[in-house]
Ligand binder design. Structure first.
Ligand code: PMP
Length: 286
């Protein structure tokens, strides 16, 4: 596997960064996880835009244009001759001294990893707990920024592991439903589809937005509003979206069984539509 690192492609074993890199020392960096389906990089432009927004928010100068960053992603897929893959694109503040001052980091570190990954079958539902760890408030470290600091999600994931669950949902600081450790949440009740707004401490997921668009195209009503755990417990259908998770239905949350553990009718429809559009909505590699 060849990895892009600061201007060249190197073998995995040679892909090493400095212990003085602030991405490592402080989580000072931004990243994207991106999928390739049948040689099409799903929503590459949207991922690059979000990456640059994250960097702007952290006052990080990427020093490379969006077109050049997009080319790095495409070249990483090409050089490894991949058709179905998961891409990890990372830009850190770069090498500095042991202090945290970003002004000591003149040049960002850029790397891009791509590994083969086949689309999930989407048949297995997931079991979820609500974490006691709250999602970061928007005025602390806004979850809209996809930074390298994932400790908030990792702490929640540890609780999911401990409870024997696949995923943990986090509430925002007010107690409303925010998101999963690496995915967004959708609730269906009486034919209406709801998802928490960005103000509820959520990352504006690219998959989330794609599913919102296709649900609208299918004629469903989509409402972005603050949701409580009660809304989730009494849902007709409940599912998550994310680059890695794709679209997965929740079969159980905090011991409450959803839709007899079956994937609901609307979720199935959206899942099928998502499978169709993801091979089209993106950047062709070959
Ligand atoms: N929330 C969090 C915390 C995430 O890490 C992710 C994965 N990037 C998502 C939501 C889903 O976003 P996307 O659909 O863009 O992968």
């Amino acid at each position: 596997m060849k990895i892009y690192l600061n201007g060249e492609f190197v073998e995995k074993e040679q892909a090493k960064i400095s212990v003085y890199d602030h991405g490592l020392l402080y989580g000072d960096g931004v990243f994207e996880g991106i999928r390739v389906y049948d040689g099409v990089i799903f929503k590459l432009k949207e991922h690059i835009d979000r990456l640059f927004d994250s960097a702007t928010s952290l006052q990080m100068d990427i020093q490379t244009s969006k077109d050049e960053i997009s080319k790095i992603v495409i070249d990483t897929i090409r050089i490894n001759e991949l058709n179905n893959a998961y891409i990890r694109l990372v830009i850190t503040r770069g090498v500095g001294d042991l202090g945290l001052d970003p002004r000591k980091c003149p040049k960002p570190t850029i790397f891009c990893i791509a590994e083969p990954m086949n689309p999930l079958l989407g048949e297995d539902g997931i079991k979820v707990i609500t974490s006691s760890i709250r999602r970061l408030p928007v005025d602390v470290l806004n979850p809209a920024v996809k930074s390298l600091n994932y400790l908030n999600s990792i702490l929640a994931k540890i609780q999911a592991n401990y409870a024997g669950c696949d995923e943990a949902f986090l509430l925002d600081s007010e107690g409303y439903v925010a998101e999963g450790t690496g995915d967004n949440i959708f609730v269906i009740k009486n034919g209406k589809i709801k998802t928490p707004p960005v103000s509820s401490s959520v990352l504006k997921g690219i998959t989330r937005d794609a599913v919102v668009d296709l649900a609208k195209e299918q004629g469903y009503e989509i409402i972005e509003e603050k949701l409580t755990l009660h809304d989730l417990y009494v849902a007709d259908e409940l599912f998550i979206t994310g680059t890695a998770a794709e679209l997965a239905h929740v079969v159980e949350i905090d011991g409450r069984v959803i839709n007899n553990r079956e994937m609901g009718v609307i979720t199935k429809k959206l899942s099928e539509e998502f499978k169709k559009i993801r091979k089209i909505m993106g950047t062709k590699v070959y």
